[in-house]
Design a protein. Structure first.
Ligand SMILES: Nc1ncnc2c1ncn2[C@@H]1O[C@H](COP(=O)(O)OP(=O)(O)OP(=O)(O)O)[C@@H](O)[C@H]1O
Ligand SMILES: [Mg+2]
Length: 356
């Protein structure tokens, strides 16, 4: 039996340090007060199935508000997502939930416990996949799992058994004894997820699990995460890929500028904030406003967005719009009818494209 050591804190290594803050002009002025007001509200939710509960959760770096008084409840067994563009505050939120970054304001409980008072006990029940892989490149694939497992005070035989099982789960058994350094990005990501599972966590926190991976590697990871969810692991993930959020999340919040701008299941969000279909129209020139103005769509168009490279026509009848566009004097380069997505939700809510 190996003596119990403190739970790894390596999840914060290489990530911005709370003490080296950059002073910035606050991007808003009302958030702190709203958060403080909410923070004084009594906790009413004592449902044991609510594993993570935050009220007025706020993170400030100097005078810059990175997370601006957000409220969330994550229930046992669900896959919960934070969808938002770069700088939305997703990682800052995840580090608070991971009990490695103190809150500035508000309240947060995990398993009904307070991160400040019960950090080690909570971290022992969490698996953390940080935005950047922090694997030990000097060690082999298997050694990475063994060393990490020992931090949790697990016996050598338990860790060895779990390591074998997790190597199979991550499809890395044949690479078990190779060093980490030459692995592909997708393999390293799978190893990081395997490592985060060594303590059999009840909640797995994944900060951008598939950023930078090719489509095939992303699908393999989605499949692994789906299996974990089937096994009852609660997944909390961040992403700026709308398809990832749609594939994986039962429920998600859309974050922008440190705030939650919408919440619901992917389908609910699309129904609430977008039309049934979208017609994407491209023209051979760059000034698209005149093209929009000459289209006579009447009631068919609920809304038209002019993006730099295309028009997006939001409608309940894509085929009818497509016929009108085709018959118009301006000749489009392409007309595509598709279903609405979370990208459209984000555009409607923020006036910006999620892709930046
Ligand atoms: N340690 C820090 N010191 C100062 N500012 C920080 C620190 N960490 C994050 N920030 C700022 O807080 C804001 C939110 O950052 P965060 O990393 O949480 O965003 P994100 O949604 O995870 O973005 P990305 O998609 O790029 O990972 C950004 O403007 C970032 O520059
Ligand atoms: Mg991030």
């Amino acid at each position: 039996m190996i003596g119990r050591a403190s739970v790894p804190r390596s999840t914060t290594e290489g990530e911005p340090d709370d003490v080296t803050v950059r002073k910035r002009v606050p991007h808003r002025t009302d958030g702190g007060e709203a958060a403080r007001a909410r923070a004084h509200q009594p906790e009413t939710d004592s449902d044991p199935d609510v594993l993570i509960s935050a009220r007025g959760l706020t993170k400030e770096f100097g005078d810059f508000v990175a997370v601006d008084g957000i409220d969330i409840d994550v229930r046992r067994g669900e896959a919960f997502g934070f969808l938002g563009p770069n700088g939305a505050g997703k990682s800052s939120t995840m580090r608070m939930i991971g009990c490695v970054s103190p809150l500035t304001e508000g309240s947060l409980t995990l398993f009904g416990m307070d991160p400040e008072a019960d950090g080690p006990a909570i971290r022992g029940r969490l698996g953390v996949v940080p935005q950047k892989d922090l694997l030990d490149e000097e060690l082999t694939v298997r050694e990475n799992l063994l060393v990490y497992g020992r931090y949790f005070g697990l016996s050598r035989s338990v860790v060895a058994g779990r390591a074998d099982e997790l190597l199979r789960f991550a499809q890395l058994s044949d690479r078990a004894d190779s060093p980490v350094e030459p692995l592909s990005g997708g393999m390293k990501r799978r190893l990081t997820i395997a490592r985060a599972l060594i303590n059999a966590p009840e909640i797995l926190l994944l900060d951008e699990p598939t950023t930078g991976l090719d489509p095939q590697a992303r699908h393999v990871l989605w499949d692994r995460l789906y299996r974990l969810k089937q096994q009852g692991v609660t997944l909390v993930l961040t992403t700026h890929y709308m398809d990832e959020a749609e594939q994986l999340c039962d429920r998600l919040v859309v974050m922008d500028g440190g705030r939650i701008v919408a919440e619901g299941s992917p389908r609910e969000l699309i129904e609430r904030y977008s039309s049934r279909e979208v017609v994407e129209v491209r023209y051979p020139d760059f000034d698209l406003e005149p093209h929009r103005d000459q289209l006579d769509l009447g009631d068919l168009a609920e809304r038209v967005e002019v993006l730099p490279d295309r028009l997006l026509i939001y409608t309940h009848d894509g085929d009818a719009v497509s016929r009108i566009v085709d018959q118009s004097p301006d000749r489009p380069v392409s007309v595509l009818v598709r279903r609405s997505s979370l990208e459209d939700v984000f555009l409607q809510l923020t006036g910006r494209s999620l892709a930046g």
